[in-house]
Design a binder for this molecule. Structure first.
Ligand SMILES: [Zn+2]
Length: 384
């Protein structure tokens, strides 16, 4: 019924913006359908106020392919934001920043985010895809505060006795906004459970434990997960521990120690927006740093990879006995410091360009995980 009121004319599908999907979250300020201008901002319901540490993801529907759309999003930082037509395959905007970007998209639906998203459901699909793999054991490390499973992958060749092996722990995404930090753990897991000749060797010598996403709840909601007020990576000393996933990692590391496990490495994968170059932090003493500098850096170089992140050491690297164990790497180092070649590391992957200025891609981040595995193999062979 129209009651005589003229119906507004709408195109068949009109331009819309939303964040109502997994890992999505956006505040829509306005959508000017005449001028094709979308104005959005990061919702305020996030504890993190630093614009460089805020995650969000939006979906545009009703886009006319080939027609220019302007996106005005705040806050914007100097990095190359990403877009996708299916939420799976991502490309970067050519220009940095997103406060005023005009782009002619090629499909009717477009996803936009600060960096390549790695949603919670990806960790579940990863678990499903590896259940039949004879070298991988999938379990739930913990249930999150909201009841989501934190997936833990153990990968090794069980034909070799466990007590003859070294242990490597790699985890990502203590900070939910650092979406690419989940890819290196997945890349290491995929490589180590594959038929690659070096992977076959590596899993005879090493038991690896892989956690792609620590803070599953904030990742699920598309939130930043920093300063909440209990930052995941400042909560390792707190008693009681405010986060189930961290309490579970601490328990697992402590029980592995009691079982006599010989730890080779602990890698905490991060990917903040405030450093562009790759950056390593080495926990422990100056001996730890020397071990890293003398052997591991070269082992990383020889491991290769498409994106050369992690190869150039651009930033000062911390290496003093930690004053506390609030951070994961410092907790791990304090637990296993008597093992002379043990390395407790934080890797800050570059967020949009590698050391050569090449755009970071999903494949590049995954390959970096593989390179990390090969690096630890080189390290085992060359430095012992
Ligand atoms: Zn971080």
């Amino acid at each position: 019924m129209s009651y005589g009121i003229p119906r507004e004319r709408h195109p068949i599908s009109e331009l819309r913006v939303d964040g109502d999907f997994e890992n999505g979250r956006i505040e829509v300020v306005s959508v000017d359908r005449e001028q094709k201008v979308i104005t959005t901002r990061v919702p305020d319901d996030d504890h993190t106020q630093n614009p460089q540490m805020r995650f969000w993801q939006m979906r545009l529907t009703g886009v006319v392919p080939g027609e220019e759309i302007t996106i005005r999003h705040t806050p914007s930082v100097e990095m190359h934001y990403v877009f996708s037509y299916d939420g799976e395959h991502w490309q970067r905007f050519a220009e940095p920043g997103i406060e005023n970007v005009t782009h002619a998209f090629e499909e009717t639906t477009v996803y936009i985010a600060p960096n390549i998203p790695y949603p919670y459901s990806r960790s579940l699909r990863l678990a499903e895809s590896l259940t039949e793999n004879p070298f991988v054991t999938v379990s739930d490390l913990a249930l999150s505060e909201e009841g989501r499973a934190v997936k833990l992958f153990r990968v090794t060749d069980d034909a070799v006795e466990e007590n003859e092996k070294r242990v490597l722990w790699i985890q990502g995404r203590q900070h939910a906004f650092e979406s690419p930090s989940s890819f290196p753990p997945e890349g290491l897991l995929r490589w180590m459970s594959s038929g690659d000749a070096e992977a076959v060797e590596f899993r005879k010598w090493v038991v690896a434990y892989v956690v792609p996403i620590m803070d599953v709840d904030h990742v699920f909601h598309g939130m930043s997960g920093k300063d909440m007020p209990h930052d995941f990576n400042r909560s390792w000393e707190a008693d009681p521990c405010p986060w189930n996933a961290i309490a579970a990692v601490k328990n697992r590391l402590q029980s592995l120690k009691q079982q006599g496990a010989s730890f080779l490495g602990f890698v905490d994968s991060h990917d903040p927006y405030f450093v562009q170059e790759p950056q390593w932090y080495v926990a422990g003493s100056s001996e730890s740093w020397q071990q890293f500098d003398r052997c591991f850096v070269d082992a990383v170089r020889r491991a290769g990879g498409k994106n050369r992140h992690g190869m150039d050491l651009e930033q000062p690297i911390l290496s003093v006995p930690p004053a506390d164990t609030q951070r994961g790497r410092d907790f791990a180092w304090s637990l296993f410091q008597e093992v002379s070649d043990f390395l407790a590391l934080t890797l800050e992957s570059p967020h949009h360009k590698d050391s050569d200025g090449v755009f970071m891609t999903e494949e590049g981040y995954l390959q970096w995980g593989e390179a990390l595995g090969r690096a630890f193999l080189n390290y085992l062979i060359s430095c012992n």
